[in-house]
Design a protein around this ligand. Structure first.
Ligand code: PEP
Ligand code: MG
Length: 580
């Protein structure tokens, strides 16, 4: 037995057989094949080659019509590579020798050849390298779209995934299968992978450097997301502890659900609205179970993340938003426009390569830069608005101009819908996320342009404290209670109050009962949070006295460090008079 200490970022305890994943940045996973499956896999490769060739011929034909023969001939190089025996033979050999899935063989072959190209000092070969990269991308796309593609569901039994890193889309795919736990080398508590693991109720321990090389495949592993530990080869005693933890959790879950009937009101009669943050549609049931009073944040980019490498079409957008509006009715639903970019699918879907993507083309910047993608989402949204009152929220806003630009673009989309006679509703409420310090500190101007704002502390903390929210090395500095954060929140609450604009908070800070109480003391009256966390936060609010907490909050705002604020909060909760 060996115990590894990490960071528990999704609660719960799981027990399963270790599967150490080799994963590429583009989401390709290595799947070991049984010897008998190798021939079929090679056939699958050639089937994909054939389909890719046919698709390329169609694309070439279209390009020829649009831009002429000369420019369309760039596709000839791609088509030629798809008949190249040396390249295809290399991929086939890898499948046969290493007994791996075709995707992995294509990816590794592309990577290996790319490394060779890099060592050759001949600029004219650069183009050839880019052709090769395009072709491996086409092939991968095609293999992933084939009906009989491989995925982790082929791995037998209850599985704990051990990986260097997991992207949110990998976490969605794995978490819906037979995976019971995750242990990863990187990551922090507000990473989107952690948010997904919590949404799917899969325990996750992050920040375990070197774990992939330390755990032999199939080792029994216990992942304890509450304590932040991973136990390799757990003793009989630890396994017994695991079974009683599972029983306790079941009991706690039904106790928590019972709180949904209780009003969310403080002891001195202040009513607080608790809404749900939703990434995956299965969370709607949880939102209802735990008594959410609406959806305060639907992270619509997960629609894209789940569909990758395809993009969702207008009807898919419509169906999802309609379902949200209808199932949550009569409560409000806020759909955040796609917040891709940053670490979320920038490369896979948008083919962007940025040195510093988190400070690059993400959120509203990306949507305005890619109107052809944004248009599809907005058409779906305005059509869905026929089925309930819709609120649209823009992510990563930093300037007033972005809001105005959006309104103009939305107006054009509505004109277009009107012109083509598509039924839609033109009424919507518009809001912005306050998740960048520049937005927080100009909230007094932003609120004049919108109907509501929502404070996104996950990014606000990242950008204000210069701490990558996915980086385990600096996670000790990721401090929601840092006075700079509290002061910015204070400014936003005041600006919204003055303009009589609704204000909510949808970062993970609102899921922490102590922080939520402080925020309520500061004057916040609406919090959107992971549905599973609603019972804890509601229980805390029902115990608190808001007037008393307002005094503590004022003191917190004058402190110089997160530690001092924390100390004040602990003292205040100890002094709180017991519940009547
Ligand atoms: C935030 O930044 O606080 C937020 C809610 O958005 P996301 O976590 O999706 O970046
Ligand atoms: Mg954000």
């Amino acid at each position: 037995m060996e115990e590894l200490k990490g960071l528990g970022v999704s609660p719960g305890v799981a027990l399963g057989a270790a599967v150490c994943m080799e994963m590429a940045e583009d989401g390709v996973i290595r799947i070991p094949l049984e010897p008998g499956a190798v021939d079929a896999e090679v056939r699958r490769l050639y089937e994909a080659v054939e389909t890719t060739r046919e698709e390329l011929a169609v694309t070439r034909g279209k390009a020829r019509q649009a831009v002429g023969e000369e420019l369309a001939s760039v596709f000839d190089a791609h088509a030629l590579l798809l008949t190249d025996r040396a390249l295809l033979g290399r991929i086939e050999r890898r499948i046969r020798d290493k007994k791996v899935n075709a995707e992995w063989a294509v990816h590794k072959t592309g990577e290996e050849l790319g490394e060779r190209f890099e060592t050759i000092d001949a600029p004219h070969l650069r183009e050839r390298f880019e052709d090769l990269r395009d072709v491996t991308r086409y092939l991968l796309r095609c293999l992933q779209g084939l009906d009989h593609h491989h995925d982790i569901s082929e791995v037998e039994g209850e599985v704990v995934i051990i990986a260097h890193d997991l992207t949110p889309s990998q976490a969605v795919r794995l978490g819906r299968g037979r995976v019971v736990g995750f242990a990863v080398e990187t990551g922090g508590p507000t990473s989107h992978t952690a948010i997904i693991a919590r949404a799917l109720d899969v325990p996750l321990v992050a920040g375990l450097p070197g774990v992939v090389s330390r755990v032999p495949q199939q080792t029994p592993v216990m992942v304890d997301g509450d304590l932040g530990v991973v136990v390799l080869d757990p003793s009989g005693e630890r396994i017994a502890g695991y079974h009683s933890a599972v029983r306790r959790r079941g009991q706690r879950d039904s106790d928590r659900a019972a709180t949904s009937a209780l009003p969310c009101e403080s002891r001195d009669g202040v009513k607080i609205s608790l809404l749900a943050n939703i990434e995956l549609l299965e969370e709607i049931a949880q939102a209802r179970r735990y008594g959410a009073e609406g959806v305060g944040l639907y992270r619509s980019e997960f629609l894209y993340i789940e569909r990758t490498p395809e993009l969702p079409d207008e009807d898919e957008h419509l169906a999802v938003y309609r379902r949200l509006l209808e199932t949550m009715s009569p409560h409000p639903v806020i759909v955040r426009t796609l917040d891709l970019g940053g670490r979320k699918l920038a490369r896979e879907v948008l083919h962007t390569e940025e040195d510093n993507p988190v400070l690059g083309l993400r959120g509203i910047r990306l949507t305005m830069a890619r109107p052809e993608i944004f248009r599809v989402q907005l058409r779906g949204l305005f059509r869905a608005a026929l089925h309930g009152p819709l609120s649209i929220m823009l992510p990563m806003v930093t300037t007033v101009a972005e809001i105005r630009e959006f309104r103009t673009f939305a107006g054009e989309i509505l004109d277009e819908l009107r012109r083509d006679g598509t039924a839609c509703c033109e009424d919507y409420r518009l809001g912005v996320m306050i998740e960048v310090p520049s937005a927080a500190l100009t909230a007094d101007s932003l609120v004049k342009e919108v109907d509501f704002v929502s404070i996104g502390t996950n990014d606000l903390i990242q950008y204000a404290l210069a701490v990558d929210r996915n980086n385990e090395h600096v996670s000790y500095l990721y401090q929601p209670l840092h006075p700079s954060i509290l002061r910015m929140i204070r400014f936003v609450l005041d600006a919204a109050g003055e303009a009589e604009v609704d204000v909510s908070l949808c970062g993970e800070m609102g899921s922490d009962a102590a922080a939520a109480a402080l925020l309520v003391g500061m004057g916040l009256r609406s919090i959107s949070l992971s549905p599973r966390m609603i019972p804890e936060v509601k229980t805390r609010i029902r115990q608190m006295n808001v007037a008393q907490m307002a005094r503590v909050a004022a003191e917190c705002l004058s402190r110089g460090s997160a530690e001092e604020v924390e100390e004040l909060l602990t003292r205040a909760s100890e002094l709180e008079s017991p519940v009547d």
